[in-house]
Design a protein around this ligand. Structure first.
Ligand SMILES: [Zn+2]
Length: 205
């Protein structure tokens, strides 16, 4: 598998970089998917500080159930108090490998909900990086190679930054079991080469 992560690593800026890469949500008419392995940062209001001394050791993979990168980004812009169910992720990846960063990885994104990880740690939003894949989550909608490559690039970069120990599906960590089933139909074997334990499907215990 060819890994073209250098441009991506350069693009994954932290909030402490001197040039603030965040842009406001473009108007519907001005929206443009950034393109393969290109990243724009459209800040979501749905974020909060991570608890002090949190170890970020988990990557949670989701699918959006929403059909486009633009619509997903719009949903992540809907904040409290009008929105009773405000959500976000750190990254959202379009079908063509375009990336929108929604929340700094130094902050908590709101993607996991009530959850428990492989090591029994609860409330995975605290200790994870959440990545959304644009996909209908019907088990038939394919995850294109470009999208998987972008996902691998982000996970590889997260491994360099944090002591990542697990890749998990939202389905696996959701409490109660069966509350979520995403990312349905994802080809997990394509992430094997990253060398991290993967937990997906419904948790059995
Ligand atoms: Zn999810």
């Amino acid at each position: 598998m060819v890994f073209t992560g250098f441009a991506l690593a350069a693009a994954l800026l932290s909030s402490s970089d001197s040039v603030d890469p965040r842009i406001p949500m473009p108007s519907k008419a001005d929206w443009k998917d950034p393109g393969y392995l290109k990243l724009v940062w459209i800040q979501s209001p749905n974020r909060s500080p991570r608890p002090e001394d949190t170890v970020i050791d988990t990557v949670v993979v989701h699918s959006t159930v929403i059909n486009t990168l633009q619509l997903t980004t719009e949903v992540f812009q809907r904040g409290e108090p009008d929105n009773k169910n405000p959500v976000s992720a750190h990254f959202t990846i379009g079908r063509d490998g375009s990336i929108v960063q929604n929340v700094s990885t130094f902050e908590k994104a709101w993607h996991a909900g009530v959850s428990v990880g492989p090591a029994g740690i609860k409330n995975l939003n605290n200790s994870s990086v959440g990545i959304e894949l644009v996909n209908l989550n019907d088990g038939k909608d394919p995850y294109p190679e470009a999208q998987i490559q972008a996902l691998c690039g982000i996970i590889a970069e997260m491994k360099r930054r944090f002591p990542i120990k697990y890749i998990v599906s939202h389905e696996y960590i959701a409490v109660p079991v069966g509350r979520k089933n995403d990312p349905k139909g994802f080809p997990w074997e394509k992430l094997k080469y990253l060398g991290l334990p993967m937990y997906y499907g419904q948790k059995m215990d």
